[in-house]
Ligand binder design. Structure first.
Ligand code: ZN
Length: 154
């Protein structure tokens, strides 16, 4: 079974994800999470998000309830991460007028290892924010804890 993981995020970045979801409402927003994994034998594994790389939702068939991350997006996000000495550790997107739970579409288009943040935006107002990781067998997501840091420096 997958171990419980924790994603660390500053208050500022959490706010930026919510704002991006409000900006693109009623369409989905999406972007990359840039950060690093902390491996410490004494502690449970944790993952720090240090910056964001917002993407443009290129789907014109159904922008309200799905987004596509293209291979160009992945390359651009990885380049931005490298320039900051970070890795792409996950992706975020919004669910306009839907709960912050992964859809079947999300599962089919997700990769294991990455963290997937979902923020629900109800009538233009951001609500729940959750994080998920796809299990190695790709059958379902496991919920991941989000810890918000309130101090400014990471
Ligand atoms: Zn989704």
């Amino acid at each position: 079974m997958a171990e419980q993981t924790t994603l660390w995020l500053s208050h500022h970045l959490a706010q930026k994800i919510r704002e991006h979801g409000v900006e693109t409402y009623p369409h989905e927003c999406c972007g990359a999470l840039l950060g690093r994994d902390t491996e410490n034998a004494k502690l449970e594994p944790s993952r720090d998000v240090c910056s964001l790389f917002p993407l443009i939702n290129r789907r014109d068939d159904s922008p309200r309830n799905r987004f596509s991350v293209t291979s160009e997006d992945v390359m651009a996000a990885e380049k931005a991460a490298r320039e900051q000495g970070l890795d792409v550790v996950g992706w975020y997107h919004s669910h306009p007028d839907h709960p912050a739970r992964p859809s079947e579409f999300d599962r089919e288009h997700a990769w294991p290892w990455y963290s997937y943040i979902i923020v629900s935006v109800h009538k233009g107002v951001p609500e729940d924010m959750t994080s998920w990781r796809l299990n190695d067998d790709r059958a379902e997501f496991s919920s991941e804890g989000i810890e918000i840091r309130h101090h400014a420096s990471l």
